[in-house]
Design a protein around this ligand. Sequence first.
Ligand code: HEC
Ligand code: HEC
Ligand code: HEC
Ligand code: HEC
Length: 236
Amino acid sequence: MRRKKMLERALILTVTVFLAVLFPLQSYGGVAGSKHDFSITGSSNFSGTFTGDDDEVCVYCHTPHGALGSQTPLWNKALTFNNGFTMYSSSTMDATVPGQPSTISLLCLSCHDGIGAINAVLNAPGPGGSITATGADQIGDLGPIGDRINIGGGDPAAPGPVDLSNDHPVSIQWAQRGPGFYATPQDPRLVLYNGQTVECTTCHDPHNGTPFNAGEDAFLRMSNQGSAMCLSCHIK
Ligand code: HEC
Ligand code: HEC
Ligand code: HEC
Ligand code: HEC
């Protein structure tokens, strides 16, 4: 009898562990309360700096009216980069290096270039409204916290080209490397645009504010623990 109970318990444990490995707990956190929540009551380093946002979370990136144009997801920011781009290139890369990133990656760079003001929106809440800052409003002005997320390396005091030369290439065509180099199919959580272009949002989801694991960055499409994300594309 006791032996049967023990066997039962062992079986339940094995099945539980098996299921946990097969279907790890997926967390999906939204924007509210995340590091992309710049509203008055948000939790980013900019929260409390801005007034006039009516505590709206989406307004820093989207607007229902007066958006940039039909090619963007109702984008509430200008995509103006006056000093051009320095793209990643290398002698071993097969993909053609574009002159500048495509629109989808430019969306991220409208803040992560280090220079675009977080509160510079096309359409602020309310009639004739504007979102004003009482402190730093650019990533390049944040100090050491800003350095880590300053992907374009911009310095508001001395603006230069948006420097992507030390970042994973974006707006490159997948197929140019040819067959045999990549895992197929890629993890379905990663998004390849037009079936083959790698952009910031291939690996990132700007709305998923909860890290998959403690200590991991937020806004990833899948965990990169054990380099799982890299290995779902590169056979290495
Ligand atoms: C920090 C910037 C940022 C914030 C804040 C933000 N978004 Fe987005 N959103 C983006 C970007 C970039 C894209 C395009 C990339 C993509 O499709 O994942 C996008 C795409 C979308 C899309 C179209 C694609 C899809 O995933 O369905 C919807 C709908 C959307 N956002 C809704 C929202 C809502 C609602 C909020 C507020 C709760 C919000 N977003 C807040 C950056 C943001
Ligand atoms: C409206 C400005 C804005 C836009 C647009 C934006 N971000 Fe951010 N993002 C920020 C700021 C500011 C922070 C840092 C907030 C903090 O640390 O308090 C941040 C933080 C992050 C982080 C770090 C998260 C962490 O856990 O520390 C990642 C990753 C990120 N953003 C990726 C993206 C990507 C990818 C896009 C485009 C899809 C994007 N962001 C669009 C402003 C923006
Ligand atoms: C091939 C996948 C991939 C692409 C493409 C990519 N990222 Fe990331 N990004 C990651 C991973 C993985 C991390 C987490 C790195 C870590 O934990 O150090 C990250 C981290 C970040 C961070 C947090 C700072 C850091 O170094 O930890 C920001 C901000 C960010 N990415 C923005 C961007 C932007 C903007 C683009 C487009 C110009 C982009 N990413 C393109 C995979 C990617
Ligand atoms: C969505 C698929 C995808 C993911 C995820 C991805 N990569 Fe890449 N990576 C590419 C493509 C496509 C290229 C361009 C390769 C070429 O054309 O030679 C590339 C280029 C590179 C290069 C430059 C190769 C060279 O010859 O200069 C390195 C290094 C690299 N990736 C490392 C990583 C690492 C590390 C990660 C995880 C953080 C990662 N990649 C995630 C698709 C991906």
